[in-house]
Design a protein around this ligand. Structure first.
Ligand code: CP
Length: 345
């Protein structure tokens, strides 16, 4: 059942939890500010301010870019993670806390709000039950109990990655309306989070691109919540969202190819059964033969990426790949997001 996205603007604090909470002009204003930060990286918007970065999962880019970004604007970042000594967190309302968690996110949010001006959270799904994971409870609970703005650093969506992708495509192509954006599932030996795929789908539609979601079978189609949002935004922009299982048809004429692997939602919690299904689709790799069917498309990936599994070396190291620009732009867009949230708080 699609219960729809949870409200993410609570107690009149403006959070950055999902791009669907923000209008296209508001997102564009942050992208414009990010471009200004790229030219002139230092500022004082976070002077005397602190951001707590809660990492419940690994990271290279997000952790580094938020820490450096806060510093470049005169602020300070505190990184917290269970592996680095933070208490394991409970997030279910009314939980009888007899498990591993020592602290409820309710208290963590309140205490961090007393110390910090912003809180970032990375909390991947548990990969056991999609109906439960899709509620994004930890982030929702943190935002509900926090007295300062919360930033989604990747849960079941990855809005900071979306912003970096939009910035990168605008740098390369200018106006994105009417451009053909192909989001292709690609093979990975393990089932991965759908967050970046959900996000790529939504941001492409939000900025008026014609979106094709290519995946091997209906089992790999993304959650209807994100498809519905993308359909609505595309329609408002005079564009379309199409689902395809045909590689040739999907690549044909694409202006952008965005590669990502993800786990099939019907197999959540039953990954042994999914393994032979996914292993049959190793040919979904992004390679030169497929790229030759496009309109000399730009190609990207959020990283980290398994070379010659998700994408061939020749494509990734080729002249049309903008993955490093996208990774760099994480720094610039996140500075714009932090600045905007502090401006509004
Ligand atoms: N793309 C991204 O979020 O990278 P990390 O997982 O390394 O932070």
């Amino acid at each position: 059942m699609n219960t729809g996205p949870s409200r993410t603007t609570l107690r009149s604090i403006k959070h950055f939890l999902n791009t669907y909470d923000w209008s296209r002009p508001d997102l564009q204003a942050m992208l414009d500010e990010a471009r200004a930060f790229k030219v002139s990286p230092y500022g004082s918007a976070l002077e005397g301010k602190t951001i707590a970065l809660l990492f419940l999962n690994n990271s290279l880019r997000t952790r580094t870019s938020f820490d450096i970004g806060a510093n470049q604007l005169g602020g300070h970042a505190v990184v917290l993670s269970p592996s680095g000594g933070m208490w394991p967190l409970e997030f279910q309302k009314g939980a009888v806390m007899l498990g591993d968690a020592e602290e409820h996110v309710q208290e963590a949010a309140k205490v961090l709000s007393r110390y910090c001006d912003l809180i970032g959270i990375r909390a991947f799904p548990r990969f056991e039950d999609w109906q439960e994971d899709r509620k994004d409870r930890l982030m929702g609970s943190l935002a509900e109990h926090s007295d300062v703005p919360v930033i989604n650093m990747e849960t079941i969506t990855h809005p900071c990655q979306e912003m970096a992708l939009a910035m990168t495509l605008q740098e390369q192509m200018g106006q994105l309306d009417g451009k053909k954006f192909l989001l292709t599932w690609s093979y990975h030996p393990r089932p991965l989070n759908t967050a970046v795929a959900n996000s790529a789908l939504m941001i492409a539609a939000k900025f008026g691109m014609d979106v094709t979601l290519l995946c091997p079978t209906p089992d790999f189609v993304l959650d209807e919540r994100y498809l519905d949002i993308a359909h609505k935004d595309a329609s408002a922009n005079g564009a379309e969202v199409t689902v395809s299982h045909d590689i040739e048809e999907a690549y044909s004429g694409a202006d952008v190819v965005y590669a990502k692997s993800w786990g099939a939602l019907p197999f959540f919690g039953n990954w042994k059964a999914e393994k032979p299904v996914r292993d049959a689709f190793q040919h979904f790799i992004v390679d030169d033969k497929k790229m030759a069917m496009t309109n000399d498309a730009l190609v990207s990936h959020c990283l980290p990426m398994r070379r010659n599994v998700i994408m061939s070396d020749t494509v990734f190291d080729g002249p049309r790949c903008v993955a490093y620009d996208e990774a760099e732009n994480r720094l610039h867009v996140q500075k714009a997001i932090m600045t905007e949230l502090l401006r509004q708080s």
